[in-house]
Write a protein that binds this ligand. Structure first.
Ligand code: SF4
Ligand code: FES
Length: 150
């Protein structure tokens, strides 16, 4: 089931959260607990820190579930840099990290995601393919080092 992207504004910044991408690493909660707290109904409060602190915390989100837009409401402008290209990185004992402006096309030829960042499952255990859902940590997955599939 696809869940809706959530939007939180305050202090001149808009933070978006895509629950379909989150793999519960808890980096956001540990980095800026005043802003990110799942114990609250409105669990992201951008106004609880400076916009620079919020940007830095969002940048640590490994899955791409968190993104930020400078501005609020209709004034908010997505930060995209078409010229920056795409980087693909294998994380340590974890997913394939994709960073950049990209379109991910599904088997049905339909665009699945247009994002600045996302993490793709590498262990084969995700319940949310093709995205990582954190299962690699639960099962202690490690890449093979004998020349087999990685
Ligand atoms: S994946 Fe991102 S949004 Fe999800 S818990 Fe980790 S830092 Fe927070
Ligand atoms: S790499 Fe994270 S669930 Fe597979």
């Amino acid at each position: 089931m696809t869940r809706r992207i959530q939007t939180f504004t305050g202090n001149g910044i808009t933070v978006t959260f895509d629950p379909n991408l989150c793999w519960h690493s808890a980096d956001c909660l540990e980095t800026l607990p005043a802003v990110f707290d799942v114990g609250r109904k409105r669990w992201i409060r951008p106004e609880a820190a400076s916009s620079e602190e919020v940007k830095a915390a969002v940048a640590k989100c490994p899955s791409g579930a968190l993104q930020f837009i400078l501005g609020e409401g209709k004034d908010a402008e997505p930060l995209t840099d078409e010229a920056a290209g795409v980087s693909i990185r294998l994380s340590t004992n974890g997913p394939i990290m994709v960073d950049g402006v990209l379109e991910l096309v599904g088997e049905d030829e339909q665009p699945m995601k247009y994002s600045g960042r996302c993490s793709l499952c590498r262990c084969g255990g995700t319940s949310n393919p093709p995205f990582c859902d954190g299962t690699h940590r639960k099962i202690g997955w490690k890449p093979k080092t004998d020349g087999g599939a990685r």
